[in-house]
Design a protein. Structure first.
Length: 100
């Protein structure tokens, strides 16, 4: 991993520009993610990790359903449509595909 260095004589010390040896933000985040992940893997059991993964999956499905129901409630009905009139044509039109 690269380290922070003092600016050389030809670099301006008044401007806060990153030097050649300064790590990028993505590298810092990845290194932090790696350290935290390794720590969690060492200090938790498989059962705890499995529970957390299933909980996050259920949370993601609930969030998707909330977005879908909010769209039907506020956007689709504002257009004058009804849930019974909902068809796949409107979904495909979002992606620019014509079916028929």
């Amino acid at each position: 991993m690269r380290t922070l260095t003092e600016p050389s004589a030809d670099q301006s010390t008044t401007a806060m520009t990153p030097g050649i040896n300064m790590p990028r933000m993505e590298q810092v985040f990845y290194a932090t993610h790696t350290k935290v992940s390794a720590y969690i893997l060492r200090h938790t059991s498989h059962r705890v990790r499995s529970f957390v993964e299933h909980f996050v999956l259920a949370l993601a499905v609930c969030a998707f359903c909330t977005v879908l129901l909010s769209h039907w409630t506020f956007v689709h009905r504002a257009d004058g449509g009804d849930f019974r009139e909902f068809s796949l044509d409107s979904i495909f039109s979002i992606f620019g595909k014509n079916i028929g």
